[in-house]
Design a protein around this ligand. Structure first.
Ligand SMILES: *[C@@H]1O[C@H](CO)[C@@H](O)[C@H](O)[C@H]1NC(C)=O
Ligand SMILES: *[C@@H]1O[C@H](CO)[C@@H](O)[C@H](O)[C@H]1NC(C)=O
Ligand SMILES: *[C@@H]1O[C@H](CO)[C@@H](O)[C@H](O)[C@H]1NC(C)=O
Ligand SMILES: *[C@@H]1O[C@H](CO)[C@@H](O)[C@H](O)[C@H]1NC(C)=O
Length: 327
């Protein structure tokens, strides 16, 4: 019969070498039987914490420091690394083959650096699942950053300067479940941009410059549950654009330039649609949306922008007569 004794070590060490539990200067290390987490939050740090970094580090965070470069060689010192968090530093590029020597790395977060261009193969060699490049200076996202057998499920490219949907990169990401493209400069979304993403569940396209959507833009993303399109310049929507999205629960269309919705645009399965802050024109063409809104138990309350006589009235409160509909 098995007799198991479990030793759980749970020790926190700050700064300095303490025998087997070493920890770099200006960092905090947290040791347990399952993981070794190192956090370096000191603004005065300007190079990789290469002194006494525990060889079995599984999670390394260097945040809001003056770090402006990182090398493949430095990262090789921690071959068991699973997560690398580098938010708020001053990195402007990364070495090619950066992750060579990190066969367990599944998460890398580079939020808030100054990345403007990345070399080919930069995210090869590790079995990445989560890649965060939010709030950098990227103008494009290239297909050769990730291997063609990538299993990435989460990609965050929000807060960059991307003008074209990164079609070639997305083509290899058949397992992607969450895609953040918010706060970029996207003006259009060619019909097939997202067709390679059958597993996609959450898509963030808010805060761009989209003026229109192709009727087939989301036709292959049948697992979508959340779709964020707020703060764009959408003036109208093809009636078929959300058709087939049977799992869609949440749709945000607020702060666009929509004046009305064509009949049957919204599926009945959607439980929440944000429609506020659009210039809704409340006349007979509003019948479809008016009926749809009145069928939903809980709903945001979009208001009319015109005609003048109905300005600021909640659409759900209008009468048939006010909409100019026959009794
Ligand atoms: C890492 O090394 C320390 C010190 O030798 C040890 O206590 C800890 O259990 C090790 N952690 C892992 C995840 O191997
Ligand atoms: C750590 O990096 C610094 C700066 O690159 C270098 O001067 C120093 O020699 C390195 N220390 C070790 C132990 O490798
Ligand atoms: C993706 O997962 C498959 C197994 O499901 C594996 O064979 C392949 O190496 C993985 N790709 C990467 C880049 O790790
Ligand atoms: C869609 O979602 C279902 C339920 O979560 C899942 O079983 C299925 O594998 C997903 N489809 C794709 C292509 O990932």
């Amino acid at each position: 019969m098995g007799f198991w004794v479990l030793f759980v070590l749970n020790i926190i060490i700050s700064s300095g070498d303490h025998g087997v539990f070493s920890c770099p200067q200006r960092c905090t290390c947290h040791f347990s039987s399952k993981s070794t987490e190192v956090v370096c939050p000191d603004a005065s740090l300007s190079h990789f914490p290469n002194d006494s970094l525990p060889g079995n580090t599984t999670s390394l965070t260097i945040q809001y420091t003056n770090l402006d470069s990182i090398t493949t060689h430095e990262l090789r010192a921690t071959p068991l690394l699973q997560e690398l968090h580098l938010p708020g530093n001053r990195l402007s590029t990364l070495p090619a083959d950066m992750l060579m020597g990190l066969p367990h790395l599944h998460t890398i977060d580079l939020t808030g650096n100054q990345l403007n261009d990345l070399p080919a193969q930069v995210f090869y060699h590790a079995p990445l699942l989560n890649l965060v490049l939010k709030d950098n200076l990227l103008t494009s996202a290239n297909a050769d950053w990730l291997p063609s057998n990538s299993n990435l499920t989460w990609l965050d490219l929000s807060g960059n300067r991307i003008m074209k949907a990164p079609f070639a990169l997305l083509k290899n990401l058949g397992r992607l479940e969450t895609l953040h493209l918010s706060q970029n400069l996207l003006e259009e979304l060619p019909a097939d941009s997202l067709h390679s993403l059958p597993a996609l569940e959450r898509l963030y396209l808010d805060n761009n410059k989209l003026q229109s959507l192709d009727a087939k833009a989301f036709s292959q993303n049948v697992n979508l549950t959340h779709l964020f399109l707020q703060k764009n310049k959408l003036e109208s929507l093809p009636a078929m654009v959300f058709h087939g999205l049977d799992r869609l629960q949440y749709l945000d269309l607020s702060e666009n330039r929509l004046r009305f919705l064509a009949p049957e645009t919204l599926g009945l399965g959607i439980s929440w649609v944000e429609l506020n802050l659009n210039p809704w024109h409340c006349d007979a063409k509003m019948e479809y949306l008016w009926k749809w809104l009145n069928k939903q138990p809980v709903q945001s309350q979009p208001t009319c922008a015109s005609p003048e006589s109905l300005k600021d009235r909640a659409i759900t409160t209008l009468t048939r007569k006010e909409l100019g509909l026959a009794d």
